[in-house]
Design a protein around this ligand. Structure first.
Ligand code: GRF
Length: 203
């Protein structure tokens, strides 16, 4: 099973997934880490861990469709079974999303359906919620609204800033994303009417 991970920056979620896959000897390989930016720090981590890397820089393409077509060609060169969006800061076209239907995951730093879009921690603080968190979901053509695979909740403290809240959420992202990817790789996730079913661990 081949996993391709898409990043745009730090890539901390990619790092945790790559390390967990290696430590736990998952029945899969990180076939490639592909970035939409040449300056993404995550590329250095991947290269130093013998993971093939590629850059499909959004600024090199005149239209969103042209970018997505180039990205798809690059991704498919690695024969992926699963696409993992991890800090990937591009909105993908419906054609691209449909090509990877039911085999593309994303992590969003909020408890969806609350706070889709950007600046989720600022949204949470402004709304005065007492619980916030992260969501792993299948990617569909509706931004930040695909079938939910896993969520983790953290308390919002009166003393919280965007930064302190983001750090608390990121810690949980690093727990639930590897878990969700492992479930997919182990064939334990099924989709029915937009709901995710998790099969029991095969004994
Ligand atoms: C994280 O907040 C994550 O929720 C979002 O992008 C941010 C950076 O993640 N997807 P990473 O460190 O690049 O994985």
């Amino acid at each position: 099973r081949n996993i391709v991970i898409l990043i745009s920056g730090r890539g901390s979620n990619m790092q945790v997934i790559a390390q967990r896959a290696q430590q736990q000897k998952w029945a899969c390989r990180i076939a490639a880490v592909i970035s939409s930016r040449a300056d993404a720090e995550g590329l250095a981590f991947a290269a130093s861990h013998q993971i093939p890397t590629a850059v499909v820089a959004s600024k090199d393409y005149p239209t969103r469709d042209a970018f997505d077509a180039a990205l798809q060609t690059t991704i498919d060169g690695f024969s992926p079974d699963l696409i993992v969006l991890a800090g990937f800061m591009r909105i993908l076209t419906a054609r691209f999303v449909d090509h990877y239907r039911d085999r593309m995951l994303n992590i969003h730093p909020s408890l969806l359906p609350s706070f889709p879009g950007l600046s989720t921690h600022r949204q949470a603080l402004a709304a005065g919620v007492k619980l916030h968190g992260a969501t792993v979901h299948f990617v569909t053509t509706e931004l930040d609204h695909g079938p939910i695979v896993a969520q983790a909740a953290v308390p919002v403290l009166d003393s919280d800033t965007e930064q302190s809240l983001a750090e608390r959420v990121l810690q949980q992202e690093h727990l639930i994303y590897p878990l969700a990817v492992r479930w997919f790789i182990d064939g334990r996730l099924s989709l029915l009417d937009g709901l995710v079913r998790l099969a029991p661990e095969s004994s």
